[in-house]
Design a binder for this molecule. Structure first.
Ligand SMILES: Nc1ncnc2c1ncn2[C@@H]1O[C@H](COP(=O)(O)OP(=O)(O)OP(=O)(O)O)[C@@H](O)[C@H]1O
Ligand SMILES: Nc1ncnc2c1ncn2[C@@H]1O[C@H](COP(=O)(O)OP(=O)(O)OP(=O)(O)O)[C@@H](O)[C@H]1O
Ligand SMILES: [Mg+2]
Ligand SMILES: [Mg+2]
Lengths: 165, 158, 158, 165
């Protein structure tokens, strides 16, 4: 299983719909300060079920919806879909391609989708249960957070090993 | 649960010692359990010794040495129990040019068993990518995407 | 004490607004007292708006934008009450090449009123230095110093 | 007043005596990871009276003394001297050049010096009282610490302004 692409619309600085196609090996993302690179990483965490606004660098979950710019008004909906290649059957679902989706409106309505059918967060978590993917997994390393992996406290370090077990 | 933890720990320990020496091109490092009799609660000790240096507290290492040691730990966990994909956001920022190149080489090797999405400002890491995207704000405040050829990078960054 | 604090705050506020706009080449920023009636305890609010963007929480800014905003604050405190010298250890690490150059230009201007010792891996900052030292460990584990000419930098870093 | 030079011997990775001459404007320090750049910044903090081993990235103060390397034995003494140009008379002492020194041995004996006369830490603090120099001043920004200046908490921020007042 690997990530095929992500589509982002109305999430953080992505006012217009943007699609990133990923390579099965290494995809590089570059660009000036403040252009939106880390927002892509936040979009991946969010669609996989991230519940903490603080981890997404906001104050409340509404902060992930495009808040407007010099020339544009704020939007009312943020939507991210992640397309996974499941030809190896790693995900316990009978599709060669699996599309995970998440939407949130300013009024607070939010829903999750698997292959365009609405579902609960629990269903997404169950889908990824044994794959090591999930919002807490050490597989998404945020900006400036690499040293925290070594963590000062030796007991905190065991969490990494428990997740890998 | 405890057996599983111990088994994973021992596998990661072996990988970590090897990957550390590869990334630093020398030196040595070990992982150790603080209390082998209490597998449920024990903390994990990291001893790292860059080439030519004495074994020292982790806190005395430099910013770049710590980042490279943390990277060795992430890669050793990956080897034991790979996640399908990894997103690394400017992991290479504290590294000097020589270490960026070692990091990029290692990424290349591991990309046979896992997928990487790397956000970076460093040319060494960009060169390891199979595809490159530039994120821009031609219209201020709104992110857009450009697909780049790896050899176009030079003129893009400025 | 309270008058002195208020007077300093108002001076820094004026400088910060100007230096932020210089460093970001646009945009605007303000400092504000959370509670003007309680000068002894009041917190300080920072509002920053990079060019073309809406005013947002500081936490939503990017790594590079935060580093540049923090630099603007340090420089505005310097302008109001300069310390004789400043030691900046890889302050430029989160910045892209364009912002490194703006940072280096500003450093140049301020070096008329204060002395700077800058530790860096970035060529833009090296170019602003009047003298450059390379720290090496030709004998592993032992630091030595080489004095470099600014134009020798290219071959040194590798 | 400005820094003319620093001499470091036996402090952290500086087993041999090293002298860095500073420019009145901008002095750049470059070099590979782990070569000893941040140790120079630690040496400046230390000679100015830093009391916390943790701020110097160690566990106890003894950690600042050269602990040995592959080929060398540990040393027993760390010594740093900082030479300041005082032609403008900013320091309340009747010298055109002021040399501040600090020494510590493995057995824990430590002393401070002003122009080669031993003194107390209190004397050094008094010397720098109104100059903005001192170990807490925001004029020494450690590696990775630039964002902390903005600090999450608005009340912590006032400390910067109080120091500048
Ligand atoms: N809800 C939102 N609406 C509009 N813009 C937003 C929103 N949330 C964040 N942003 C903007 O996104 C920008 C930050 O983007 P991001 O952190 O992805 O930058 P980056 O490319 O990673 O930069 P750096 O190289 O400095 O790390 C900020 O300028 C911020 O104002
Ligand atoms: N007491 C000591 N004795 C010997 N070596 C020491 C001592 N304390 C620290 N060191 C060594 O100094 C090195 C760290 O140096 P420093 O932090 O100055 O590196 P740096 O040049 O800033 O690197 P980077 O670019 O990665 O930040 C470590 O490798 C550490 O082992
Ligand atoms: Mg970023
Ligand atoms: Mg350093």
């Amino acid at each position: 299983m690997f990530l095929k692409s992500i589509t982002i619309k109305g999430f953080k600085s992505f006012a217009d719909r943007v699609k990133v196609d990923f390579e099965p090996a290494i995809t590089g993302i570059i660009g000036p300060n403040g252009s939106g690179k880390s927002n892509i990483s936040d979009a991946i965490r969010w669609v996989l079920g991230e519940q903490s606004a603080k981890t997404l660098r906001g104050g409340k979950m509404e902060d992930v919806i495009f808040a407007g710019s010099g020339k544009r008004r704020a939007l009312g909906l943020a939507e991210v879909t992640l397309t996974l290649d499941n030809r190896d059957g790693a995900l316990p679902i009978d599709y060669k391609e699996v599309i995970i989706g998440r939407r949130v409106t300013r009024s607070g309505e939010s829903d999750y989708l698997i292959n365009n059918n609405t579902c609960r967060l629990k269903d997404i978590k169950e889908l990824f249960m044994d794959t090591g993917i999930g919002k807490d997994a050490y597989s998404i390393i945020g900006q400036g957070k690499v040293e925290a992996i070594l963590s000062e406290n030796s007991v905190d370090r065991r969490e990494l090993f428990e997740e890998a077990a | 649960m405890e057996e599983k933890f111990l088994e994973t720990f021992n596998q990661v320990k072996v990988e970590f010692e090897k990957i550390f020496t590869d990334l630093f091109e020398g030196g040595q490092a070990q992982l150790a359990l603080e209390d082998e009799d209490d597998l449920l609660e024990t903390g994990i000790e990291i001893n790292a010794q860059p080439p030519g240096k004495k074994l020292q507290k982790l806190s005395l290492m430099s910013g770049g040495e710590k980042a490279l040691t943390a990277t060795a730990l992430i890669f050793s966990l990956l080897k034991v129990n790979p996640s399908p994909f990894y997103v690394l956001d400017e992991l290479d920022a504290p590294l000097d040019d020589a270490n960026v190149n070692r990091f990029a080489n290692y990424l290349n090797q591991l990309s046979e068993i896992a997928q990487f999405i790397v956000i970076t400002h460093r040319k060494g890491t960009m060169a390891a990518a199979n595809a490159l995207y530039g994120v821009t704000m031609q219209e201020s405040g709104v992110s857009q995407l450009l697909s780049l050829k790896v050899d176009e990078v030079g003129d893009y960054e400025e």
